[in-house]
Design a protein around this ligand. Structure first.
Ligand SMILES: Cc1cc2nc3c(=O)[nH]c(=O)nc-3n(C[C@H](O)[C@H](O)[C@H](O)COP(=O)(O)O)c2cc1C
Length: 186
């Protein structure tokens, strides 16, 4: 049975560079035999985590759906923008909600293999966010692989069909995806 990989970006923006990079990685993973689920966090809006809201109404329906989805995959490809050298609010808020107990048995993070990507128009490609995202995910029980890709000048990096223009960047992305599939198939 092929490895199930969930792919998403930590951006809500329609034309998000991180969504594009995530999609390129998802296509590569599919071409290498993985079973891919691509989701857009914009389709799962969540209120900002608030303990009082949780106490009054429990876990929001979208968080329950995401939690079940996370639990049924062996690995994740996450493309995270860098906001002020760290994780985006939407990604952190999603992880916060999913980390909460509910009446399900779902374990959304434990022993999940994760490959991290970042894309930014800036010179550093969002690489400063990744240790932050890695730290949070590892704290939740994920195993984040050492291989990662931070794509700089992201506004120039894709052609009209969403392919990475640079052969070198394509190869770097493929290496990350291959490593994730290697580990998550174990
Ligand atoms: C609040 C905010 C903070 C940002 N901080 C950084 C930063 O620290 N480093 C960086 O490279 N880009 C930063 N950017 C620019 C983002 O990299 C850029 O908006 C990028 O397109 C966001 O990713 P997306 O295209 O996937 O939505 C910031 C953008 C916003 C809105």
């Amino acid at each position: 049975m092929s490895t199930k990989i969930l792919c998403f970006a930590g951006s809500l923006r329609k034309d998000s560079f991180n969504k594009k990079l995530c999609h390129a990685a998802a296509q590569k993973a599919a071409s290498l035999g993985a079973s891919i689920t691509e989701i857009d966090l914009a389709d799962y809006p969540l209120p900002i985590y608030d303990g009082d809201l949780e106490k009054a109404s429990g876990m929001p329906e979208n968080a329950r759906k995401l939690k079940a989805m996370f639990a049924e995959h062996q690995g994740f490809i996450i493309a995270s923008p860098e906001y002020n050298a760290g994780i985006t609010a939407v990604l952190k808020n999603t992880l916060d909600w999913l980390s909460r107990p509910d009446d399900s048995e779902h374990k959304p993070f434990q022993d999940k293999w994760v490959a991290l990507l970042a894309a930014s128009p800036g010179a550093l490609g969002g690489i400063r966010a990744l240790p932050n995202v890695r730290f949070i995910l590892e704290g939740l029980g994920c195993i984040v692989i050492p291989d990662q890709l931070a794509l700089n000048k992201a506004h120039e990096a894709f052609d009209a069909s969403g392919e990475l223009v640079s052969e070198q960047q394509q190869q770097r992305l493929e290496k990350v995806v291959r490593r994730l599939l290697h580990f998550s198939a174990r």
